[in-house]
Write a protein that binds this ligand. Structure first.
Ligand SMILES: Nc1ncnc2c1ncn2[C@@H]1O[C@H](COP(=O)(O)OP(=O)(O)OP(=O)(O)O)[C@@H](O)[C@H]1O
Length: 304
């Protein structure tokens, strides 16, 4: 991406006393880019967010937001943050909460009805937040994070506790913000939900960035084998296995593992065996396979 990044993280190290929570982390997010930050519990995701917000100092390296140091006025205006757990005064209505935050950010109050509408809270706008469900509070949190058209959105596990339809709507709102040029960095443990809803994946493991790229680039680099599930005609599984090898799972299923570039030629070969094969299902590695691959690699590298 050629546009100047909104967020740059360069060789960042952060410590809690003797613990290295982040070590040599480099990452950037350009305008309009949605980057998913993945990592096990304790990998350092929240620490990275807190450093970008200026709450924690860097022990090494550098972070800039729109070219400014975290915590500087211009950086604070540029970034909005949705923490993992949002808490609003229970007696205020949705509209009142957004009025309060609009005041803090000097953003026009006229945008509030539209914001509430975009997150599906138009009808609940006049009700006290204490009567909202967890998902509704989370959506109000997203509306709060969108106030003032931020240039960088930091979202810490924003969809935990949301049902599948609310998650879909949530990502649609995030895509709209990115479409307007907002840079988005969001952490998640939900691999399936981010697989096709973000532009790039960054994986943290024990405070180090072990992968950063598009799903396609990470898959190419990992070169994990594809699995072809073959269903044999009744009584033909033995012959098929004798011909192709693979692993038998029941009377008629055979799993073949192929290098990525051999998967299609193998499917073509299977199509030429109609007397043996009744069905073929090609399974390419998904994000969960890649996540395991890169996290395991980093665990192996750090083993003495
Ligand atoms: N205030 C703190 N004082 C000391 N250690 C801390 C503090 N906050 C976090 N840590 C440690 O720093 C490391 C990174 O924690 P962090 O909260 O950034 O991880 P995370 O990836 O956000 O985890 P999770 O997915 O569980 O939210 C962990 O080992 C954690 O125990």
């Amino acid at each position: 991406m050629s546009a100047q990044p909104i967020l740059t993280v360069d060789g960042l190290g952060v410590r809690y006393g003797r613990l290295r929570a982040l070590d040599g982390v480099s990452l950037s997010v350009a305008p309009g880019e949605r980057v998913a930050l993945l990592g096990h519990n304790g990998a350092g995701k929240s620490t990275l967010f807190k450093t970008i917000l200026g709450f924690l100092p860097a022990a090494a390296g550098r972070v800039t937001v729109t070219g400014q140091a975290p915590g500087a006025d211009a950086a604070r205006v540029a970034v909005n943050y949705l923490p993992e757990t949002v808490a609003f005064p229970r007696s205020l209505t949705g509209t009142e909460v957004l009025r309060y935050f609009s005041g803090l950010r000097r953003a026009p109050r006229s945008a509030i009805p539209d914001l509430l509408d975009r997150v599906g809270l138009a009808e609940a706008a006049g009700r006290p937040v204490g009567s909202y469900s967890k998902g509704m509070r989370q959506r109000l949190g997203l509306a709060q994070a969108l106030i003032g058209a931020p240039r960088l959105l930091l979202l810490d596990e924003p969809t935990s506790g949301l049902d599948p339809l609310s998650r879909r709507d949530f990502y649609a709102v995030i895509a709209e913000a990115a479409g307007r040029g907002c840079a988005v960095l969001l952490s998640s443990h939900g691999l399936e939900e981010i697989e096709h809803r973000t532009d790039r994946i960054a994986i943290l493991s024990r405070g180090r960035l072990v992968a950063d790229g598009t799903l396609e680039a990470l898959a190419r680099r990992a070169a994990l084998p594809a699995t072809i599930r073959v269903t044999a005609h009744a009584g033909q599984a033995d012959r098929l296995q004798a011909e192709l090898g693979g692993t038998r799972f029941n009377g008629c299923r055979l799993d073949l593992s192929c290098p990525p570039d051999q998967a299609l030629p193998m499917v073509a070969r299977l199509a030429g065996l109609p007397e043996l094969v009744s069905d073929v299902d090609l399974h390419r590695p998904g994000l969960s396979d890649l996540y395991r691959h890169y996290s395991d690699l980093s665990a192996e590298e750090s083993r003495p």
